[in-house]
Write a protein that binds this ligand. Structure first.
Ligand code: FRU
Length: 548
C-alpha cells in the first residue's frame, strides 16, 4: 500500500512539474478548447475548490481542426486551475466565454444528420439511462466531450418531448477515481425505496459501470431534479464481481422494477453472458443467476405476444441485436427460443426506455457513423417500437420506427399502381434535391431471380429469390411463395435505415458518397433494378429537419 502511495505521489510531482498551468476565476458559461486530431493526447486536469477533480486526456493544439467546449456551470465564481501535460502554447489558447466557439454554425454543418440525434461536439456511443419522466424522454449516452474519437467516457445527456427533437444538456457523470463512466441505465424510484430522495420528491436512480484498468465495478447515482444533475452514491461501488468471474469484463448494468415480485432487477454482462441481481433498495444487490451467450449491454423486458396480455414472454438481448425469448420469474431467465436476430448493420448497443406511457417498449440504438470529418462522431438511430409477433418461424421480435416519425414526413409522390422499374426511377428522380427522404414501396418480382434498389449508386436492397438472401442474409417472406418485398427506407445526410416487411427485419448503414466518373458513372437517386419487376404502393416523403 505504502509503495503504491509513493508511486502515485512521485507521478503527481513529476507530472505537475512538467505540466503547463492556467488558473483563472470562472465568470462565463463555457470553456472553449482547440483540438487537432494530428497531435498526441496529453493529460488535462481541472481543479477547483468544492468540485471533484477531473482528469482526462485531450489533443489541445495551436492549429486546431475544430473547437470543443466544457460547461463551466459547476465552477462559476470559483478559481479553476487547468494543467496540461502537452503544449503550453496550446493550453494558452483555451478561453472562457458565454458562447460556444462556432455556435452560429452548429446544426448547420454540411454533414449534420437532420433527424437523428448527434452531439454538438465530440464522440458518442451507447445510449444510457433511457427513461421517460415527467413528460420528457431522457437520453444519456457514452460521450467524449473532448474530441471526435472514443476516450474519457462521460455520460452526456439530452432531453426530448417526442424522441425526435432533442435538446443537449450538460454532461451528468464525469470520470473519477473508480474509473471512466461506462454504460448503464435509469429507473424512477417512485416509492423512494432507495432513500436517496423523499416520499414527496422521489429520485431517479442510475446504475453505471466505472471502468478502470484493473477492473470494472458497478455504481449507483441518483437525481433529485428530474435527471438534470446526478449525485454519485458515497457507497460505490455496489457490485464488484471481477474476482468471482476472473475477468475485467463486468459491465453495463440494466435496471428495472419487477412488479410481480416487488423488487428491483439489475442485469449485468459478466464475462460470457448476462447475470441477474436483485435488490429491495437499489443499494444492496444479491446475485441470482446467469445466462451464457451474450456480450455487453444487456436488456431484458416483457412483451405480449401479438398484443395478447395473457401471453407475455421475456426478451433478453445483447449488444449486437441477437436475442432469446423465454420466461422470467424475477430471479432466473429461462430461454425457450433463440438465438434470433432482427437487425443488422451499423446498429449496436441499443437500450429500451423505462416508464414509457401506455406501456410502449421503445428502443434506441447507436451507430458509429463518422459524418466525414465533422467535429462530432456517432449518432443514435431512429427510435423504434418493439413488439412480439407470431411468424412462420415462431414468435419473433419486430422493430418499427416510432409513430412520431410520421410527424416529420410531408408527401412528395404517391402511386399505388404497378410501375415498371424505369418508370419508377424516372418518377422519383424529380425529388433528388431533398435532404431527408423516406421511401415506402413494394418490390414485386415476376421471375425467381434477383432484384433490388440502389440510392446514389449504393446498394440498399439486394434480394435474391434463388438463394433467398437479402443483402447476403437468409430471408424468406412470411408467405414463402411470395415474390414481393416491402421496404420502408429513411435516408439522412450520413446514414440510411431500411425496415423490411413491416419491421420483421431491418438494417442500417453509413450513407456513401460515391463520386461519378466517366469510367464508373453513378446514377443519382433511386434506382430499382432487376429486369422484369414492378413496384407498387410507392410513397415518397420529405423528412423535415429536427434542428432548423
Ligand atoms: C459497448 C461498450 C459497453 C461499454 C461502453 C464503453 O459499445 O463497449 O460495453 O460500457 O461501450 O464506452
Amino acid at each position: 500500500m505504502m509503495k503504491r502511495i509513493l508511486f502515485v505521489l512521485v507521478t503527481l510531482v513529476v507530472g505537475f512539474a512538467q505540466a503547463a498551468e492556467l488558473s483563472f476565476k470562472v465568470k462565463y458559461k463555457y470553456l472553449n478548447l482547440p483540438i487537432s486530431q494530428e497531435v498526441e493526447r496529453c493529460r488535462l486536469t481541472f481543479q477547483a475548490k468544492g468540485v471533484d477533480d477531473l482528469s482526462v486526456v485531450a489533443r489541445l493544439s495551436t492549429e486546431p481542426d475544430y473547437w470543443v467546449f466544457k460547461d463551466l456551470t459547476a465552477y462559476k465564481g470559483k478559481t479553476l486551475t487547468i494543467t496540461f501535460d502537452g503544449s503550453e502554447e496550446a493550453l494558452a489558447q483555451v478561453y472562457q466565454a458565454d458562447t460556444i466557439r462556432d455556435a452560429q454554425k452548429m446544426y448547420h454543418e454540411k454533414y449534420r444528420p437532420q433527424f437523428h440525434f448527434t452531439t454538438r461536439r465530440g464522440w458518442i456511443n451507447d445510449p444510457n439511462g433511457c427513461i421517460w419522466h415527467d413528460g420528457l424522454y431522457h437520453l444519456y449516452y457514452q460521450h467524449n466531450p473532448f474530441e471526435r474519437e472514443w476516450e474519457n467516457m462521460t455520460w452526456g445527456h439530452a432531453t426530448s418531448p417526442d424522441l425526435l427533437h432533442w435538446t443537449e444538456q450538460p454532461p451528468v457523470l464525469h470520470p473519477d477515481s473508480l474509473g471512466t463512466m461506462f454504460s448503464g441505465s435509469a429507473v424512477f424510484d417512485k416509492d423512494n425505496t432507495s432513500g436517496f430522495g423523499t416520499k414527496k420528491n422521489p429520485p431517479l436512480v442510475f446504475a453505471y459501470t466505472a471502468d478502470r484498468s484493473d477492473k470494472e465495478t458497478q455504481c449507483i447515482a441518483y437525481s433529485l431534479d428530474g435527471g438534470m444533475t446526478l449525485h454519485k452514491y458515497e457507497g460505490n461501488p455496489v457490485i464488484d464481481s471481477h474476482e468471482k468471474w476472473q475477468t475485467h469484463d463486468t459491465r453495463d448494468p440494466r435496471l428495472f422494477w419487477y412488479e410481480a415480485g416487488q423488487h428491483w432487477v439489475l442485469v449485468l454482462n459478466e464475462r460470457n453472458g448476462h447475470s441477474i441481481y436483485t435488490s429491495d433498495d437499489l443499494r444492496d444487490w444479491t446475485y441470482q443467476s446467469h445466462v451464457n451467450g451474450f456480450w455487453e449491454c444487456p436488456d431484458l423486458f416483457p412483451l405480449a405476444v401479438d398484443g395478447n396480455p395473457n401471453d407475455v414472454r421475456w426478451v433478453m438481448l445483447g449488444a449486437s441485436y441477437t436475442y432469446m425469448i423465454g420466461r422470467f420469474d424475477g430471479k432466473v431467465f429461462t430461454p425457450e427460443s433463440g438465438k434470433h436476430r432482427f437487425s443488422t448493420g451499423a446498429i449496436y448497443a441499443a437500450q429500451t426506455f423505462n416508464n414509457v406511457p401506455e406501456g410502449r417498449r421503445i428502443q434506441i440504438g447507436w451507430a458509429n457513423i463518422d459524418h466525414r470529418g465533422m467535429p462530432f462522431r456517432g449518432q443514435m438511430l431512429l427510435p423504434t417500437e418493439l413488439s412480439l409477433r407470431t411468424t412462420k418461424e415462431g414468435v419473433r421480435l419486430v422493430s418499427k420506427p416510432i409513430k412520431e416519425v410520421e410527424t416529420l414526413l410531408s408527401p412528395l409522390y404517391n402511386s399505388e399502381s404497378a410501375l415498371k422499374e424505369q418508370d419508377v426511377n424516372k418518377a422519383l428522380h424529380a425529388y433528388l434535391k431533398q435532404d431527408g427522404l423516406h421511401l415506402r414501396a413494394t418490390l414485386n418480382l415476376t421471375y425467381a431471380t434477383s432484384a433490388g434498389l440502389k440510392f446514389d449508386g449504393q446498394t440498399l436492397i439486394d434480394y435474391d429469390l434463388n438463394r433467398n438472401t437479402l443483402n447476403g442474409q437468409f430471408y424468406s417472406p412470411q408467405d414463402p411463395t411470395s415474390l414481393s418485398l416491402t421496404m420502408d427506407i429513411y435516408i439522412d445526410r450520413t446514414s440510411i435505415e431500411v425496415f423490411i416487411d413491416d419491421g420483421l427485419y431491418s438494417f442500417s448503414m453509413d450513407r456513401k458518397r460515391t463520386i461519378s466518373t466517366p469510367q464508373r458513372p453513378v446514377t443519382k437517386g433511386f434506382e430499382f433494378w432487376g429486369g422484369d419487376i414492378n413496384v407498387t404502393d410507392i410513397q415518397l416523403d420529405a423528412i423535415e429537419s429536427c434542428w432548423l
